[in-house]
Design a protein around this ligand. Structure first.
Ligand SMILES: Cc1cc2nc3c(=O)[nH]c(=O)nc-3n(C[C@H](O)[C@H](O)[C@H](O)COP(=O)(O)OP(=O)(O)OC[C@H]3O[C@@H](n4cnc5c(N)ncnc54)[C@H](O)[C@@H]3O)c2cc1C
Length: 483
């Protein structure tokens, strides 16, 4: 299938507005977004402010709006489209979802209504390798659109003001506030002064400089064959990571599939890559591959019901972190990229962050301080898993080694499975301790000693040194202190 056919197929399902979002995302890959139209001058010390917090981006991070508002913060939300609308489907583990209730964003009954599927288990399977089941990981699928619509209503009821259709184009920081310039699709512009801005523009933020990226396309399908064979979908099982071939076109493509409402299945195709390598049109190209190769993954008369797509940034911890350009701008979500660089689970990471990060923002506003960056949750485990993600993003390019990455991943997941369900789940939920992570690496390298040569080839001596130092500083030193 060529890219025009793929574009037409997506447009037929999503309509022009979502296709515009897809093409905007693709365009930002080669014409990196810049905030180059700042207001004429930065606000002076006594400038009147329009709001405490300007939340710029109303995707998943819209969750911050009701939580901040409940803390007494005056919040305005700006989005280049409509805030609270998403082109994603999310899954997470049950314990992560409970935080929505604990934060007061939804009631327990509302959460139960948002969960559209529960799985007995999930699994990872590598081409020509084994199948490795795990429980308690990404085992709940939620209605992402309904969640964000509910979050928007909750925010509005708490006095949050919404400005749909306004894109941020520039900012100028003053001593006590930040002036923001927005433009709409017709070319009109307006200026707003806020005490703080939260940059929730996701992969489209100019500050989203994380070194890895995961282009992801797919959608919700009906018509896929149900059953327990590898090319069928079992409604009680989530497929977390599955490959159906080796490296092709220089990339290791990976499938994910999880059932939703009765008869529906969400299917994604993605690959890990270096940010600078992913160019214009990557999502449309990936869609062309998706439609052409779906039968390798699942059989049936697949009918696309809703398209879901995006770029998810990932930070390997081997390069400088995404940083805010101003003390009055706070990065959250994909712009901050503090989620796992191995699983790219930005939804789960945001659920872990919103409550504490909102409290920190509210406290900083109350104390008139600004030293917040990074405000979102991070974990030392990412210093270790970042290098693994870096390696998956750099698969061997020679045809004779096309199966090598699958072989390594099969050894790694075989090791995790042998370590037991609890340890396996802890790695995927970002809860593994330093000592356990070292045992995992050690056992994997015993299964596949050639991994040492590969690590040095992909990361270089300096990269391995940086990784080792980061791991020792973070994971290992804390482990030693705890002992
Ligand atoms: C297809 C797909 C499936 C996923 N599935 C899962 C999953 O199952 N589990 C999981 O944990 N994670 C998942 N993720 C990751 C998760 O969706 C992201 O990590 C999360 O959405 C990031 O939230 P965010 O608020 O930072 O950005 P987003 O949710 O991407 O929202 C960004 C918002 O900013 C707006 N915007 C952009 N530029 C501007 C501008 N200049 N001015 C104003 N507004 C602007 C956009 O319109 C958009 O509304 C998935 C990602 C993709 C792409």
């Amino acid at each position: 299938m060529n890219t025009d056919e793929a574009r037409a197929r997506v447009r037929a399902v999503t309509g022009p507005e979502l296709l515009e979002r897809l093409e905007h995302l693709d365009a930002t890959r080669t014409r990196a977004p810049v905030d180059d139209r700042p207001p004429a001058c930065a606000p002076d010390r006594g400038a009147a402010v329009d709001c405490d917090v300007a939340l710029v981006g109303g995707g998943l991070s819209l969750l911050y709006a009701p939580v901040l508002a409940a803390l007494g913060v005056r919040v305005h939300v700006f989005d280049r489209g409509r805030a609270g609308v998403t082109h994603r489907e999310w899954n997470a583990s049950d314990s992560e979802l409970q935080s929505l209730v604990e934060m007061g964003v939804v009631t327990a009954d509302e959460l139960a209504g948002l969960i559209i599927a529960r799985y007995r288990e999930g699994f990872c399977r590598w081409h020509q390798g084994g199948t490795y089941p795990v429980t308690g990981v990404l085992d709940r699928s939620i209605d992402a659109g309904a969640l964000l619509a509910l979050v928007r209503r909750r925010a509005e009821s708490l006095g949050v003001v919404f400005h749909d259709g306004w894109a941020l184009t520039g900012h100028a920081t003053g001593e006590r506030s930040v002036a923001l310039r927005f433009a709409d699709a017709a070319g009109a512009s307006c200026e707003v002064v806020a005490r703080l801005m939260i940059d929730a523009r996701g992969a489209g933020s100019p500050s989203a400089t994380a070194d890895l990226i995961c282009p992801t396309v797919g959608g919700v399908f009906t018509g896929l064959a149900q059953g327990s064979a590898p090319d069928e979908i079992d409604p009680a099982v989530g497929e977390i990571l599955v490959t159906t071939e080796g490296v092709e076109g220089g990339r290791q493509h990976i499938w994910e599939g999880f059932p939703g409402r009765p008869g529906e299945t969400t299917v994604y195709l993605f690959y890990y890559d270096k940010r600078e390598r992913v160019g214009d049109g990557s999502l449309v190209n990936l869609y062309a591959r998706f439609f052409a190769t779906l039968p390798r993954y699942k059989r049936g008369d697949a009918v696309l019901q809703r398209a879901t797509f995006g770029y998810i940034p990932g930070w390997s911890r081997l390069s400088p972190a995404p940083r805010s350009p101003s003390p009055r701008i706070v990065l959250v979500g994909d712009a901050a990229a503090r989620h796992s660089p191995l699983t790219y689970c930005g939804f789960g990471a945001t659920l872990r962050s919103v409550r504490a990060a909102s409290a920190r923002v509210a406290a900083a506003l109350a104390a008139e301080t600004v030293a917040l960056d990074p405000v979102v949750h991070d974990t030392d485990l990412h210093r270790g898993t970042g290098a693994l993600a870096h390696m998956i993003a750099s698969p061997p390019q020679t045809p004779s080694e096309a199966q090598a990455l699958n072989g390594l991943l099969d050894a790694a997941f075989g090791t995790l499975h042998a370590m037991g369900d609890a340890a396996y789940g802890r790695l995927l939920r970002d809860e593994m301790s330093g000592g356990e992570f070292f045992r995992f690496l050690h056992a994997t390298s015993r299964r596949r000693p050639e991994v040492y040569g590969w690590v040095f080839r992909v990361m270089g001596v300096a990269g391995v040194g940086r990784w080792g130092a980061g791991v020792m500083r973070g994971l290992w030193s804390k482990e030693a202190t705890a002992r």
